[in-house]
Write a protein that binds this ligand. Structure first.
Ligand SMILES: *[C@@H]1O[C@H](CO)[C@@H](O)[C@H](O)[C@H]1NC(C)=O
Ligand SMILES: *[C@@H]1O[C@H](CO)[C@@H](O)[C@H](O)[C@H]1NC(C)=O
Length: 410
C-alpha cells in the first residue's frame, strides 16, 4: 500500500517536473532536451529569486547573479602559458589575456571583449567568459581585454556604457597599446547579448571622436541587444516564450537597466511606449521598421504592432529608452557610416534575432562591410555553453564560426 502511494506520488512529481520543463520548441533546434533542461533550471532559479525579491530578501538580479557566480566556478580553465592579469584601466576593472611571448618581438592583434548577462549578470572572472576569452586569445594569438563593468541593480545606465568607454579609451592610448605589444591597426571590439549592446554603442561613440588616435578595425556582435523601441518584431513575437530569454524577461532587463518601474512592463510589451501619439518616438520609427529592413522569409505573417494611442508617461519617466547609447540601432545614418567592418551573429530561436538583422541591414545601407552569420538551429546565449555541464553543439559551432571570422579578418 505504502509502495503504491509512493509510486503514485513519484509519478505525479515526475509529471509535474516534465510539465514544468516541457517547452514547445521549433523542430529545427539542435539538442532540444538538453535545452529544455537548461531553460527549466534557469527558470527555476529566476522564480526562486523573484520569490526572494517579493519577500524582501534582496533584489532578484543580485541573488540570481550570486547563484550564477557559484555555478560558474565549476569548470575554470587556465590556459597553457597564458598570462592573465586583473588590473584597472582608468578606474575600471579589466582582465587581460596575453599569449606567451614569441622569440621575435612582434605586435599582436587584440580584441576588447564585453560579456553579456542583461547588464546585470556574469563576470569576466567566471568560467563562462574566462574560458571564452582564453580560447580567443589562444586561437587568435591576440591580446584580449575583458571588461568588468559595474552591474545592475547596483548601477544603472549609463554606468555600464561609461565603464566600457573609459576602459576602452584608456587601452587605445598609444603608450598602453605599446605596453601590451598591440598593433594599433588590428583591434576589434566585441561582445555578446548585452555586451554586444555595449560594444556597438561604444564603437559608435568612439567612431565620432575626432581626438581618437586608434580606430577599431572590426566590431563583432554576438546576438546583440540593440533597441527597446519595438518589442513586437517578428523575432519577439515568434520567440515570446523561447528558452533562456523570453520576451518578458528581456523587457524587465531593459527596465532594470534604466532603474525604471516594473509597472510599465506590460505596456512595453504592447509597444504602448512608442505608440503613434508619442511624439518623441516618431523620428526613430523608420530606423526600426522591419517591414523594410528584414526579408519576407523572416517576417513571415507577423504584423507591425503600432498602437494609435499608448502611454506618453512611459518615455517621460524613462527617456533613455530612445537614447542611442542604450539603443545603438536608433543611430542616424551619418554615425552608422563611420562604423568599421562588422560581424553579426544571430540565432533563430532568439527574441533579439531581428535586432541584429536590422542593424546589419542599416549598416550595409550606410556602406559598411557586413558579415551576417545566422544560425537556424541555435538559441540565445548559446555561445558561452561550450563545456560540461552545459556543453551544447550550438555553443561550439557558433564560437568556432565567430573565431574563424575574427581570425580571417582581424
Ligand atoms: C578633443 O581635444 C580637444 C583639445 O584637447 C578638447 O578641447 C576636446 O574637448 C576634445 N574632444 C573630445 C570629443 O574629446
Ligand atoms: C495601452 O494603451 C491604451 C491606450 O492608452 C490602453 O487602453 C491600454 O490599456 C494600454 N495597454 C497596456 C497593457 O498598457
Amino acid at each position: 500500500m505504502k509502495a503504491a502511494a509512493a509510486a503514485v506520488l513519484l509519478a505525479g512529481l515526475l509529471a509535474l517536473a516534465a510539465h514544468y520543463a516541457y517547452l514547445p520548441l521549433p523542430g529545427t533546434v539542435s539538442e532540444p532536451w538538453r535545452l529544455m533542461l537548461l531553460d527549466a533550471s534557469f527558470r527555476a532559479a529566476q522564480q526562486t529569486c523573484n520569490l526572494a525579491h517579493y519577500l524582501g530578501l534582496g533584489h532578484h538580479l543580485r541573488i540570481l547573479n550570486f547563484i550564477i557566480g557559484t555555478f560558474d566556478k565549476l569548470n575554470h580553465q587556465h590556459g597553457e602559458g597564458m598570462k592573465i592579469t586583473d588590473a584597472q584601466f582608468d578606474g575600471v576593472d579589466i582582465r587581460v589575456y596575453e599569449p606567451p611571448a614569441k622569440a621575435e618581438k612582434i605586435l599582436r592583434r587584440s580584441v576588447v571583449y564585453i560579456h553579456g548577462g542583461g547588464w546585470a549578470l556574469s563576470s569576466t572572472r567566471g568560467s563562462f567568459y574566462n574560458n571564452l576569452c582564453l580560447v580567443m586569445a589562444e586561437s587568435l594569438d591576440a591580446v584580449v581585454v575583458s571588461i568588468e563593468y559595474r552591474l545592475v541593480p547596483d548601477f544603472h545606465f549609463p554606468a555600464q556604457f561609461d565603464d566600457v568607454l573609459h576602459a576602452t579609451r584608456h587601452f587605445m592610448r598609444p603608450e598602453v597599446l605599446a605596453q601590451y605589444s598591440v598593433d594599433p591597426s588590428r583591434i576589434a571590439i566585441s561582445g555578446d547579448s548585452a555586451g554586444g549592446n555595449l560594444a556597438a554603442a561604444v564603437c559608435q561613440e568612439m567612431s565620432q571622436d575626432q581626438n581618437e588616435t586608434s580606430r577599431f578595425k572590426l566590431q563583432a556582435l554576438i546576438y546583440p541587444v540593440l533597441q527597446a523601441f519595438d518589442f513586437n518584431t517578428p523575432s519577439y513575437q515568434q520567440n515570446e516564450f523561447a528558452p533562456v530569454l523570453p520576451r518578458f524577461v528581456m523587457v524587465k532587463f531593459w527596465i532594470d537597466y534604466f532603474n525604471g518601474n516594473y509597472e510599465f512592463a506590460q505596456s512595453l510589451v504592447v509597444n504602448n511606449h512608442t505608440s503613434l501619439d508619442v511624439s518623441q518616438a516618431s523620428s526613430f520609427r523608420d530606423r526600426v521598421d522591419w517591414t523594410s529592413l528584414i526579408t519576407p522569409r523572416l517576417r513571415k505573417t507577423y504584423k507591425l504592432v503600432t498602437p494609435a494611442t499608448g502611454k506618453v508617461e512611459i518615455l517621460q519617466a524613462i527617456p533613455s529608452l530612445l537614447d542611442v547609447r542604450a539603443a545603438p540601432l536608433l543611430a542616424e545614418k551619418q554615425v552608422l557610416r563611420l562604423q568599421p567592418k562588422t560581424y553579426i551573429l544571430t540565432c533563430e530561436i532568439d527574441v533579439l534575432r531581428d535586432d541584429g538583422i536590422m542593424y546589419a541591414k542599416r549598416l550595409e545601407e550606410a556602406g559598411v562591410e557586413i558579415a551576417l552569420d545566422h544560425f537556424e538551429d541555435c538559441f540565445h546565449g548559446c555561445m558561452i555553453f561550450t563545456i560540461w555541464p552545459t556543453r551544447f553543439s550550438a555553443g561550439i559551432r557558433t564560437r568556432d564560426h565567430y573565431i574563424k571570422w575574427l581570425s580571417e579578418n582581424l
